[in-house]
Design a protein around this ligand. Structure first.
Ligand code: SAH
Length: 361
């Protein structure tokens, strides 16, 4: 049976404080069930910093929780950077075991505040153009480690009278390679008794793990699905995304068709524009043929060049020309607004700057 959001939260937080699970904590501290509810709401809904701030709890209990090392947060900001226009804030977080992950807050004009969060420390998929992929896999994140990235920015925004309107799983890692914890994090984000973010305001982006796309279709939730396509044919895609050697474009597109047939939900296809790799007119026409006639939307992404990488981004006018061809073929297309370039806000870039260049085993 699936645990509800509160049970997921209390079990993980209790384990981090050295108890077996939530029940173990409740037993050791003689906590009544409604006390657990108060703790959970204080963290997930009221966004308080620590148990010490939860004034509905008896003082003795607050001190005891503090003494046991029961914390609301599991991600510690070690570097925080703000872009010169103040619209983008990027945090490098350290986890309890020293692993590092990144998350980015984008405050758009018009009131949309999107947080981009990580689902893993590192990534196992090795996409050639992605700095996270090049650095390799460190470990899976737990559901609360994923959730706490959003909670961190929600607290930051609340201090300025604002709130998170959207969460995207487009930080480090492959969400469908950490499927269970990502779905639990979605439950934590969505819980109407807790954080309360609607499913439609959450987007999961995947490199294209076919069996997990089918599994996701069966969840029957309104969470948005984005596919990192980045190429209109197998030759180009396999050249830069090793995952394409496992599941070819034909298999990926068949899974996408099954998803739409089952859910009647639109799929977003991300396509990062790499100069002389996938940005030619013929690629645009090939992409349009792949997309045409389906409930698909193409999002062209200007490339954030990585310091040592072999790729360069397509120029802006090239991107718009490409978009024009795709649109002319009747396929809905948008060009992603580029934010935070001055603070290296693309996936994995901040960690690259703070870590030694040589990979340690
Ligand atoms: N593993 C997930 C999430 C990755 S990050 C996935 O593959 O979808 C989210 C998006 O950023 C992906 O489409 C990824 O390919 C893209 N991306 C990675 N590095 C980038 C860069 N340097 N510039 C622009 N987009 C990048």
């Amino acid at each position: 049976m699936k645990r509800d959001a509160q049970a997921i939260w209390i079990d993980e937080k209790a384990r981090r404080a050295g108890f077996v699970d939530g029940a173990g904590l409740a037993h050791a501290l003689d906590l009544k069930p409604y006390r657990i509810g108060q703790l959970y709401r204080a963290a997930a809904k009221e966004l308080l910093e620590s148990p010490a701030e939860v004034t509905v709890l008896p003082k003795a209990l607050r001190s005891e929780l503090q003494l046991q090392g029961f914390a609301f947060h599991s991600v510690m900001p070690v570097v925080v950077q703000r872009s010169s226009d103040n619209q983008t804030t990027k945090s490098l977080f350290r986890l309890a075991d020293g692993a590092e992950i990144e998350a980015v807050l984008m405050e758009h004009y018009g009131g949309r505040n999107t947080v981009c969060i990580s689902s893993q420390a590192g990534c196992a998929f090795a996409c050639a153009f992605c700095s996270t992929g090049q650095a390799g896999f460190t470990r899976q994140l737990e559901a609360t480690e994923i959730f706490d990235q959003a909670r961190y920015f929600a607290r930051e925004l609340a201090a300025r009278g604002k709130r998170i309107t959207n969460v995207v799983f487009m930080g480090m890692g492959e969400p469908f390679h950490n499927y269970g914890s990502v779905m639990e994090a979605v439950a934590l984000l969505n819980d109407p008794n807790g954080f309360g973010l609607g499913h439609r305001h959450i987007t999961i982006s995947t490199v294209g793990i076919v069996p997990e796309i089918d599994r996701f279709a069966d969840e029957h939730i309104q969470v948005n699905l984005a596919i990192s396509l980045h190429a209109p044919n197998d030759e180009i895609r396999s050249g830069m995304m090793p995952v394409n050697r496992r599941w070819k474009l034909g298999e990926l597109m068949a899974a996408c068709e099954r998803y739409v047939a089952k859910t009647n939900r639109k799929i977003f296809f991300e396509y990062v524009m790499l100069r002389d790799v996938n940005d030619r007119d013929e690629h645009a026409r090939e992409l349009a043929r792949l997309m045409a006639g389906h409930l698909y939307h193409v999002n062209l992404i200007p490339y954030n060049a990585t310091p040592d990488g072999p790729f360069a981004g397509a120029a802006d006018d090239e991107i718009w020309r490409f978009a024009g061809i795709v649109e002319g073929a009747g396929v809905p297309v948008t060009v992603r607004q580029n934010m935070g370039r001055d603070i290296a806000a693309a996936c994995g870039q901040l960690r690259v700057e703070t870590q030694p260049k040589v990979k340690t085993a």
